[in-house]
Design a protein around this ligand. Structure first.
Ligand SMILES: [Zn+2]
Length: 245
């Protein structure tokens, strides 16, 4: 028998369903990504009207044939400071879309939930490019795609400095291999930042002043991520139109 369950969820995106309702793509901590009908959510002032993308809720959901139905929701945080500043909103929507693209329905990934939830919280006040670089690094790590910095991915040398990120090889390459295979150039400092961000938790990421390096790292990781996804998220153009780099 189907029973309703209580979940913690972040709204990744929403679709209109008829005149009054919405379908939420809800990343839940307990059950992964689910599609949930929020009845009456399109009516202003309705009880589910506040369920906009990036809002985090405690929700009661009831399983149906292909969609869940939302029966109750209590706001955990609206990430208001992100949603009310257009540039920060663009970063938040981009991160939410990346998680959406990297996950399949109904596969629980509590660490990915926590990563997005904490990224949105930090995005309320921190330097957005640093938050994004941290998020991208850890998303890649969680998906098992983080480029290794110990050796050249192609010739395996540990003797030469790594100078570029080769997309098809899926990792960092030395100068000799970069010349043969190509790659997106990366400075030593940028690789060190990647290494640092990959190894610290949120409590440590603010201890380094990433300054101008963070956007450089974020941009390289984006190219790598788009290669892995074989495409660009739709929110990327919106983000870039607001990015001051
Ligand atoms: Zn090499």
């Amino acid at each position: 028998m189907a029973v309703s369950s209580n979940v913690l969820g972040i709204v990744l995106k929403t679709y209109d369903l008829g005149e009054k309702d919405k379908i939420l793509v809800l990343l839940t901590r307990e059950q992964g990504k689910l599609r949930v009908v929020a009845k009456g959510a399109r009516r202003p002032g309705g009880r589910f009207a506040a369920l906009e993308p990036l809002v985090e809720v405690q929700a009661a959901i009831y399983p149906g044939k292909s969609l869940y139905t939302l029966t109750q929701s209590a706001l955990v945080t609206s990430h208001r400071l992100v949603r009310e500043q257009l540039d920060r909103l663009a970063y938040g929507l981009f991160m939410a879309e990346l998680l959406d693209l990297f996950t399949v329905d109904a596969e629980a990934r509590p660490t990915s939930y926590d990563l997005l939830s904490q990224a949105l919280t930090h995005l309320e006040e921190d330097q957005p490019e640093t938050v994004l670089a941290y998020f991208e690094t850890h998303l890649l790590r969680q998906m098992g795609l983080l480029p290794a910095w110990q050796a050249c991915i192609s010739c395996q040398t540990t003797e030469s400095r790594l100078v570029a990120l080769n997309l098809p090889e899926g990792g960092l390459v030395c100068a000799a291999c970069a010349q043969k295979l190509g790659g997106v150039p990366l400075t030593e400092e940028t690789i060190l930042l990647l290494q640092f961000l990959a190894q610290v938790g949120w409590e440590g990421y603010g201890t380094v002043d990433a300054g101008a390096l963070a956007p450089k790292l974020a941009k390289v990781l984006e190219q790598f991520i788009f290669y892995q996804l074989s495409g660009r998220p739709r929110s990327y153009d919106f983000l870039n139109s607001l990015r001051h780099l």
